[in-house]
Each structure stands twice: as C-alpha cells, then as structure tokens.
Design a protein around this ligand. Structure first.
Ligand code: 5GP
Length: 125
C-alpha cells in the first residue's frame, strides 16, 4: 500500500531500522546527514537508495521542514554517491516517489539512484 506523504513520521519504518543498524543493509556511503545502501530489489544494474538521517516521511516533508544544512547535506550526499559509483560520465537517474500516485512504500524520504545501463526515457508504463 502506498503511503500518505503527509502522514506523521513512524520510527518503526524499515529505513529507520536500517539507520539504527537494527536490520542489515549493504551500506555504500554514510556521513553526518545521509546514508546510502543498495536497494534490496534492484530495478537497474545500479539501484542505490540515499536517505537523510533526519526523521522525514517524504520529499514534501523534507523540502518544507528540513533545515538548510540538512538539505545541503542530503543533496551533496546524493551527488557524492553517484560520483563515487562512476555514474556521472555515463549518466544516471534520480527518483523520489512521493505519496500515493507515485507508489511510495517506505515512509522515510529516500532518493533512488538508477544507472549502470541505458535507462530508457522517463517513467515506465
Ligand atoms: P518506494 O516505492 O517507497 O519509492 O521505494 C522503496 C524501495 O525500498 C523499493 O525499491 C524496495 O525494493 C526498497 N526496500 C524495501 N525494503 C527494503 C529493505 O529492507 N532493504 C533495502 N535495502 N531496500 C528495501
């Protein structure tokens, strides 16, 4: 079931558990503001998720309520992960599903990084 992007933050969500180290993940990057790990069900040759360390449900929540430092830290982390994975020259795609129509399933903001192969045009059917 997709989540409601305006719902209250739930500390029991799966990415909160990954951030607290309560469940395993293949972590590829971590700093003060963000953590990145491989998606458990990859949709492309490279499919990495980047999450902010703060308690934000969605892109809507984060863009409205996060501090300038948190936003800068998170955006820089997404760019760093893509760069460290060698995706800049071949190209990559970012995706942040937000709420019902986008099918967001995990209620902790995450940006998907897709790459490692040609991705086609825009969104799937
Ligand atoms: P959404 O649809 O919310 O944008 O994407 C959620 C993503 O989280 C999906 O691509 C899904 O495969 C991934 N995911 C769900 N549970 C886990 C998990 O326990 N570990 C990892 N690494 N990824 C997960």
């Amino acid at each position: 079931m997709p989540i409601d992007a305006t719902q209250a933050y739930d500390d029991g969500n799966i990415f909160a558990k990954i951030l607290r180290g309560e469940i395993p993940s293949t972590k590829v990057y971590e700093d003060e503001w963000a953590c990145a790990f491989e998606d458990i069900n990859p949709q492309a040759a490279v499919h990495t998720l980047v999450v902010p360390k703060g308690r934000y449900v969605s892109w809507d929540d984060f863009s409205a309520s996060a501090s300038a430092e948190e936003i800068a830290g998170f955006v820089r982390a997404v760019g760093t992960v893509a760069r460290e994975k060698g995706l800049v020259e071949p190209g990559y795609r970012l995706l942040a599903n937000t709420g019902g129509h986008a099918g967001q399933e995990v209620p902790h903001l995450h940006v998907h990084i897709f790459g490692g192969e040609p991705l086609g045009r825009m969104i799937g059917g």
